[in-house]
Design a protein around this ligand. Structure first.
Ligand SMILES: Cc1ncc(COP(=O)(O)O)c(C=O)c1O
Length: 458
C-alpha cells in the first residue's frame, strides 16, 4: 500500500461524535461549597444546550446539519502516509498523520468552535468571549462566529500576542476583536498586572478575563467559550479519530501507536478517544499524549481537584494540575502552556489506559524541521511535540525490527509561527525544565481542596 493520501468523500464523513463519558467513570466537577455543581450553576457561562452535552453519557451524539455544512469547507481532512519521512528515518514503521491544518484557521480548533458557535446561536446568544494561547483557538472561534453571525471577543496571552501579531489580523479579518491578556478591561486582568506588570500572561489568567467579560454583560446575551479541557470540546474533536479510523480501515491498517500533543488535551482526545474505546474493549494499542517538559502537567503534576483558571471562576475539576496560579515559562508552544488537563484525559492517564510523555523544546523543533524537510508542510510549535514522539517511536521500531503502524495528529500548521523558527535557526531557542522545587511551590494552591476518588472504568 503506497498511496500517499487516504481520502474520504463528504458522504463518508461521520454523522455522530463519540462521547467517552459513556465508557469511563469520572469524578464530578465541584462548586464552591464542595458539592457537585448543578447545570443551572453553569448557565451564566454556557448555553444550556452545551451544558446538556457536557454532562451527557449518551455514547453517540448527532452532529447537527448546519455544523456538518460548515465542516464540509475543509472536512473530511486527509490522512497522509509520511513516506518521505519513513524513508529518511529508514524505519520499518508506517507513519500516518491526520492533517488538521487544512481548516481555514489552520488547526483542529474549528472542529469544536463551529458547533459551539452554532449551539450558542440556536440558544439566542449574540456574543462569545474566549481566551487564546497560540492564537489558533481565537482564530477558530472568530471564524466560527463569522459563519453563524455572532460577535467574538478574544483575550490573547500576552507572550503570544507579541510573538504572533498576524493572528490578531486573522481574527479581525473574520470580524473578531482581540486584546492582549492580562488587560485592564477586567478585574482579573488588572489584578494580574498589579502583581507583575511584565507578566507574559497565561491561559489561566486569560480564561478568567474571558469568563468575567461574559458573566458581567448585563444584556444576558454573552456567553463564554472554551477551546479545550471540557467534555463537550473533547466530544466535538472525536470527528478526527472517527474519520482516521474509516481511512485506515479503507486500506486495511490499524494503529499500534497513537500520538498527539497535549495542552488542554483536545486534539489528542479527538484522535485517540475512538481508539480508546477499542482499547477498553481489549485491543492492544499504545497511546501517548505528549507535553512540553516546561509545563509537565500529566507527567509530573498530581491528579487533584483544581480550578481551570487563575481567578478561580471555574468549578473545581478533577484533573492533573500544576496549580491554577502557575505561570509557565514563555516557551513558544503557546497552546501547551496550560496548568491543567482535560478531566477525561487525566482520568485515562490515572487508569493507565494512556501513557503521558514529555519532550524538550529543542527536540520538538528538531522533529518539526525533519518533518518539514521531508513531507514539506511546516508544523505548529505545539504539533512538533507530537512529531518528536513519532521520531522516537519510529527509531524504536527500527531497533526492534518491527513494522509498527504509527498514527499521529498533525494538529496545526506553523505558518504564523516563524518567530520561533527564527530563534531555533539562530540558536536562541532554549530548553526549560521545571525543578522539583518549582513544582512543589506551584502545588500549594490546591492543598486544601477536596481530593478526587481514584475510579476504575474497567
Ligand atoms: C496547533 C495546536 N495544537 C495543539 C494545541 C493544544 O491544545 P489541545 O491540547 O487542546 O489540542 C493547540 C492549542 O492552541 C494548537 O493551536
Amino acid at each position: 500500500m503506497n498511496d500517499r493520501k487516504i481520502l474520504l468523500t463528504e458522504d463518508e464523513m461521520p454523522r455522530q461524535w463519540y462521547n467517552i463519558l459513556a465508557d469511563i467513570k469520572m469524578n464530578p466537577p465541584l462548586g464552591p461549597d464542595g458539592k457537585p455543581i448543578r447545570a443551572e450553576d453553569l448557565a451564566p457561562v454556557f448555553p444550556m444546550n452545551l451544558i446538556e452535552q457536557e454532562v451527557s453519557t449518551d455514547r453517540w451524539i448527532d452532529i447537527p446539519e448546519p455544523v456538518l455544512d460548515v465542516y464540509r469547507i475543509w472536512r473530511p481532512s486527509p490522512l497522509v502516509r509520511a513516506l518521505s519521512l519513513e524513508k529518511a528515518l529508514d524505519t520499518p514503521a508506517r507513519i500516518y498523520f491526520k492533517n488538521e491544518s487544512v481548516s481555514p484557521p489552520g488547526s483542529h480548533k474549528p472542529n469544536t468552535a463551529v458547533p459551539q458557535a452554532y449551539y450558542n446561536k440556536v440558544f439566542g446568544i449574540e456574543r462569545l468571549t474566549t481566551e487564546t494561547g497560540a492564537g489558533q483557538w481565537g482564530s477558530a472561534l472568530s471564524f466560527a462566529c463569522c459563519q453563524f453571525g455572532l460577535e467574538c471577543k478574544v483575550y490573547m496571552v500576552r507572550v503570544s500576542f507579541d510573538q504572533k501579531p498576524y493572528r490578531k489580523a486573522m481574527m479581525e479579518t473574520w470580524g473578531g476583536k482581540c486584546v492582549a491578556s492580562p488587560s485592564m478591561e477586567t478585574r482579573a486582568g488588572r489584578e494580574a498586572l498589579e502583581k507583575d506588570p511584565n507578566t507574559p500572561g497565561s491561559l489561566g489568567i486569560a480564561i478568567s478575563e474571558a469568563i468575567e467579560a461574559a458573566v458581567s454583560d448585563a444584556s444576558g446575551k454573552t456567553r463564554y467559550s472554551l477551546g479545550s479541557v471540557l467534555n463537550h470540546v473533547m466530544l466535538h474533536q472525536t470527528i478526527i479519530g472517527l474519520e482516521a479510523k474509516k481511512q485506515l480501515n479503507k486500506i486495511g491498517e490499524y494503529p499500534d501507536v497513537i500520538i498527539g500533543c497535549a495542552g488542554g488535551g483536545s486534539n489528542f482526545a479527538g484522535l485517540a478517544f475512538p481508539f480508546v474505546l477499542d482499547k477498553i474493549n481489549g485491543k492492544h494499542i499504545e497511546i501517548y499524549p505528549v507535553e512540553p517538559a516546561a509545563c509537565p502537567t500529566l507527567t509530573r503534576a498530581p491528579f487533584v481537584y483544581d480550578h481551570g483558571d487563575t481567578s478561580r471562576y471555574t468549578p473545581l475539576l478533577a484533573m492533573h494540575s500544576l496549580g491554577h496560579a502557575f505561570v509557565p515559562p514563555p516557551f513558544h508552544a503557546g497552546g501547551l502552556r496550560y496548568h491543567g488537563m482535560a478531566p477525561t484525559v487525566s482520568q485515562l492517564a490515572v487508569e493507565g489506559i494512556i501513557t503521558p510523555r514529555s519532550v524538550q523544546q529543542i527536540q520538538a523543533y528538531d522533529a518539526g524541521i525533519a518533518f518539514a524537510r521531508t513531507e514539506g508542510i511546516i508544523p505548529a510549535p505545539e504539533t512538533t511535540h507530537a512529531l518528536a514522539c513519532v521520531l522516537e517511536e519510529a527509531q524504536k521500531a527500527k531497533l526492534e525490527g518491527k513494522e509498527k503502524v504509527i498514527l499521529v495528529n498533525w494538529s496545526g500548521h506553523g505558518l504564523l509561527d516563524f518567530g520561533a523558527y527564527e530563534k531555533y535557526f539562530s540558536g536562541d531557542l532554549k530548553n526549560y525544565e521545571m525543578t522539583d522545587d518549582e513544582i512543589c511551590r506551584s502545588k500549594k494552591v490546591f492543598e486544601n481542596f477536596p481530593k478526587p476518588a481514584h475510579l476504575k472504568s474497567r
